[in-house]
Design a protein. Structure first.
Length: 570
């Protein structure tokens, strides 16, 4: 459940901190007091879209923070684990959202920064907000199949995953088949080009890193003479000149006088002897290096020709030898595809037929599961509608198959959800035929149908917070009372919030909050207060009587509260 909500500098709200409870909550207040801003704040907390315009005028940022108290088995913990968000074992979840006046947004879950995508995924497990605009989802038939599948449960979800895996393979096979079937004369022309390119690259017999080795070899061959002169001179200076001879004579001189000052001369003697051996070794290595230098103009010409060939291939097919070889592999595959086009077409048609038959069988299984679920859902909704003062309403989930014309025959068309289309059908009066919702239902009826659906799905989706933003608009009298009673019963399964202007709904709440707008120091500000006792009676009387509150309206308000207590206690 939602335990606390804190809002700072959002629209006309300067600072509000509200504590909530179990059960049914109503939010009331004059038009324009800012009731919906409270819902907007909660929507932002769970990943709703925000803008800089929502920040209170003159402030740098708006801040929203919500604390949820959840059971250990709630689905949100699995989502947090999957997303790598840390949480403690106290079953508390704190979400904080900041919205700057420049339009930038940041979000934290239990103090850990999360992206908007992550926040939305978490929020879907926590809060379900239903406003008047959501009626439109009931009018979109493509949404009806999603409702039905959710109601059908885990078995259908599992079967749909299996179907989608096969359907994905079927789409890939069809894409490959179409790609081959649209081949034209251009493919034949390309075949000649592919053959030429394959032959040109293959004849080069490229080796990995060959260009690097050849470049190094070319440098050595080009500067063979310069290397020979320098190394020969260095060898002569060391061995043929006075280099080693001078060091040898220095060693002899130190040996002659070593006994007179061994402590200081012995280390110097060791250094000279070491230098002599190292210089001698270096001289021998210079000699060997000199003897190994080759000057071969013909070999240099061959290396240049090979590098020219490789560089020419690089200009055509890739910046490196691995790129050229990869191009060769792709081109060979394209050539083989064209040369073996007829065989590939036949193989793909066989695969496409097999996958289509397999997907069709899985789609039929999905359709059977939906038929059973549709009957149960229709029965459940009719029971809910009867409780919502629509006793004569008939509700059906009509399932049709998608068809595609194939010549003179109609064939079942498969899509990502199978072969079915679902339409919610309604008849509100006895003797009237069932018709799609978008052709028959009024605003008040849509409110009750949506409330019926929410009542059924409350246990299925396990969302702990359910919010109705003026969904009772367009209803009155007994229908309004029925909606209030339904929300009250629904609050036994989850925490329910309702923004309402109807006293019939407000009196059924377990907790009543008033949203009030006031002007302080020439600035408009909104406050939220939980109403109890006589203060709540005054608010109900205002909702009943309008501007003027009389003793009669107060008495009526008290009667409504007493009756609501008796109904909830029954």
């Amino acid at each position: 459940m939602l335990r606390e909500l804190s809002i700072r500098n959002l629209a006309v709200i300067e600072e509000v901190n509200v504590t909530f409870h179990h059960g049914f909550h109503v939010l009331t207040g004059e038009t324009g007091a800012g009731k919906s801003i409270l819902i907007d704040a909660l929507s932002l907390v769970v990943g709703g879209r925000g803008s800089a315009d929502m920040v209170r005028y003159g402030c740098d940022k708006a801040e929203m923070e919500a604390m949820f108290d959840l059971s250990t088995g709630h689905p949100v913990w699995k989502v947090l684990t999957k997303l790598g968000v840390q949480f403690s074992s106290d079953e508390m979840l704190v979400i904080r959202r900041e919205l700057s006046s420049h339009g930038k947004s940041s979000s934290r879950v239990n103090g850990q920064l999360v992206t908007m995508t992550m926040l939305r995924e978490i929020g879907e497990c926590l809060v379900n907000i239903h406003g008047q605009h959501e009626h439109q989802s009931l009018l979109r038939t493509e949404q009806h199949l999603e409702w039905l599948d959710l109601f059908a449960g885990d078995l259908l979800i599992e079967r749909k995953q299996n179907y989608r895996a096969v359907f994905s393979q079927l789409q890939q096979a069809r894409a490959s088949l179409r790609e081959l079937e649209i081949s034209t004369r251009q493919n034949v022309q390309m075949l000649d080009l592919y053959r030429f390119q394959i032959e040109e690259i293959s004849n080069a017999k490229l080796k990995l890193h060959e260009d690097e080795l050849l470049s190094e070899q070319r440098r050595k061959l080009m500067y063979a003479g310069k290397r020979m002169d320098a190394v020969s001179e260095a060898y002569s200076l060391l061995y043929g000149g006075k280099g080693l001879d001078a060091v040898s004579k220095a060693i002899a001189k130190i040996i002659d006088i070593q006994t007179y000052d061994a402590a200081n001369l012995s280390p110097l003697l060791e250094q000279l002897q070491s230098a002599f051996y190292q210089a001698e070794d270096a001289a021998f290595q210079l000699r060997d290096y000199r003897d190994g230098i080759e000057s071969d103009p013909e070999l240099l010409s061959q290396v240049d020709d090979r590098l020219d060939l490789i560089n020419g291939l690089k200009r055509k097919y890739g910046e490196t030898i691995p790129d050229i070889l990869a191009y060769l592999e792709r081109t060979t595959a394209d050539r083989d595809k064209i040369e073996n086009r007829d065989q590939l077409l036949e193989e793909l048609r066989v695969v496409e037929t097999r996958l289509h038959d397999q997907a069709l069988e899985l789609a039929k299984e999905l359709s059977q599961l939906r038929e059973h679920a549709a009957a149960r859902l229709s029965e459940s909704i009719e029971k809910e509608l009867e409780q919502l003062q629509m006793p004569s309403a008939k509700f059906r989930v009509q399932i049709d198959h998608s068809f595609a014309n194939a010549g003179e025959e109609r064939q079942i068309r498969l899509h990502s959800n199978g072969m079915d289309e679902a339409v919610f059908m309604l008849s509100t009066n006895p003797g009237e035929p069932l018709k799609p919702l978008n052709k028959i239902a009024s605003g008040g009826e849509m409110s009750r149908i949506m409330l019926a659906l929410k009542s059924i799905f409350a246990e299925i989706d396990q969302v702990p917070v359910l919010i109705f933003d003026e969904v009772d608009t367009g209803v009155s009298g007994r229908a309004a009372q029925a909606i209030a009673e339904k929300m009250s019963k629904l609050a036994a399964k989850c925490q329910v919030f309702s923004i309402t202007h109807l006293p019939q709904v407000a009196c059924m709440a377990d907790h009543h909050y008033e949203i009030r707008k006031q002007v302080i120091d020439a600035r408009t500000s909104t406050s939220v207060a939980e109403l109890t006792g006589t203060v709540r009676i005054e608010e109900l009387a205002r909702m009943l009587g309008g501007v003027e509150v009389t003793e009669k309206t107060r008495h009526h308000a008290q009667e409504m509260l007493d009756l609501a207590h008796r109904q909830k206690g029954a």
